[in-house]
Design a binder for this molecule. Structure first.
Ligand SMILES: Cc1cc2nc3c(=O)[nH]c(=O)nc-3n(C[C@H](O)[C@H](O)[C@H](O)COP(=O)(O)OP(=O)(O)OC[C@H]3O[C@@H](n4cnc5c(N)ncnc54)[C@H](O)[C@@H]3O)c2cc1C
Length: 378
């Protein structure tokens, strides 16, 4: 059986970026992805300008701009009482852009394949075994040992087996890899998100709308000339009321199908131990309100590829892992506090609404916060 240098579970932005950078470095790279692409995903579809440098390093920036998309000119915050405050977004090539995840994720995964990563779609990972560590299977034998140093054996739902020297969990917020390794935090009683693409209302414009509602909030952004990305975030008891609100205000029929996801918050998973790394949502879930998750996913994928390249080339493993952990912390530094602020605002929408009203009097505060979120990272 061929032993890959790295096996990456999940082909979303984190897994595909990690795979593309590993393949660029000449590593024998395997991606195992549960779905068949292209597929949609619960997301606001907005690309934070910080994504551009990573996309440029993958030679993908122009190809993303060539996809059907919308260039977003402003963000409009709407309080529960309907009062609004509008903030301009950056213009030019580094603008905030929205693109459907079916197109974006498919292009990223194709790039990994072009760079000679071995990609298996429609392949669900179900069991893991580290040769110097214990077997991990759902529901039994979950390993108590918190470090893994041998080769990984990976099993899939169809009974296929793969081997790799390092393993990356890039399989999202409900990470199977973290669960199998007994690292997934216990799920909290949490919120739920719904998402759909609906016909773009006439004269909607090129704005992102973030609207506080008594039961939660809604995010709306055009993704092309004809479609609007529509997200609702609430709690299990309130989400059907939010859906009825959307049906009334956006001419959505009651048989509209919605994609759904939970949780929206959970504790982070340590991003590195021996030859096991976590990237993107699998490592840390951030509040979606600020639209940064795709950037964190791609950048952490790139940082993981750097660490894995050093490990595979027999450089000092511990210092490569330390550097990866430090760089991940650095990536979030200075940004996470705004995300936490946003989480407070959406958990208590009346407080969020008061903030919008204060921003109408003192717009400099909300402009500053928005600029901090949408500034291009190098
Ligand atoms: C309501 C909402 C709105 C959001 N809006 C935005 C936004 O506008 N902008 C933004 O930047 N971020 C946004 N986010 C966050 C963003 O969607 C995530 O941060 C991003 O998708 C994380 O990428 P990832 O690659 O880590 O995980 P994912 O995109 O979740 O990809 C994980 C992949 O792993 C695969 N997988 C899972 N289990 C297995 C398995 N056992 N075997 C094989 N494959 C598996 C899945 O099929 C999936 O393709 C939003 C999130 C929510 C909930």
């Amino acid at each position: 059986m061929e032993i890959f240098d790295v096996a990456i579970v999940g082909g979303g932005p984190a897994g595909s970026s990690c795979a593309a950078f590993c393949a660029l470095a000449g590593l024998r790279t395997l991606v195992l992805e549960r779905e068949k692409f292209p597929r949609e995903k619960v997301c606001g579809d907005c690309l934070n300008p910080s994504c551009w440098p990573v996309l440029e390093r993958l030679s993908l920036a122009q190809r993303i701009r060539d996809l059907p998309h919308s260039k977003l000119a402003s963000v409009e915050f709407i309080a529960i009482n309907g009062r609004k405050v509008v903030v301009d977004l950056p213009t030019g090539d580094d603008c905030e852009l929205s693109v459907k995840r079916s197109l974006f994720d498919d292009l990223l995964l194709r790039r990994a394949r072009e760079l000679r990563a071995h990609v298996r779609e429609g392949t669900t990972v179900t069991a893991l075994n580290c040769s110097h560590g214990p077997v991990a299977r759902p529901g039994r034998d979950a390993p108590q040992r918190r470090g893994y140093s041998g080769d990984w054996r990976i099993e899939t739902a169809t009974g296929e087996r793969f081997s790799a020297r390092t393993l990356v969990g890039a399989d999202g917020r409900n990470s199977t890899v973290a669960r199998l390794c007994n690292l997934l935090p216990r799920p909290a009683r949490e919120r739920v998100a719904l998402q759909a693409h609906i016909p773009l209302p006439r004269n909607f414009g090129r704005r992102v709308v973030l609207q506080f509602l008594p039961e939660g909030y809604s995010g709306q952004a055009p993704v092309n000339e004809t479609e609007l990305n529509f997200c609702l975030v609430g709690t299990p008891p309130t989400i059907s009321r939010l859906r009825r609100w959307a049906e009334r205000h956006f001419e959505i029929t009651s048989d509209q199908s919605w994609r759904t996801i939970t949780p929206l918050t959970r504790s982070p998973v340590p991003c590195a131990r021996e030859n096991l790394l976590f990237v993107g949502d699998a490592a840390r879930v951030v509040e979606p309100f600020t639209g940064e998750g795709i950037y964190y996913a791609m950048r952490s994928g790139e940082l993981a590829a750097d660490a894995i390249t050093k490990i595979v080339r027999d450089e000092d493993r511990q210092s490569a892992l330390r550097e990866f952990t430090r760089a991940c912390a650095e990536m979030y530094r200075g940004r996470l506090w705004i995300n936490r602020l946003a989480r407070m605002a959406v958990l208590w929408p009346h407080v969020g609404s008061l903030f919008v009203q204060a921003a109408r009097v003192q717009p400099a505060i909300v402009r500053l916060l928005t600029r901090k979120i949408v500034s291009r990272e190098l």
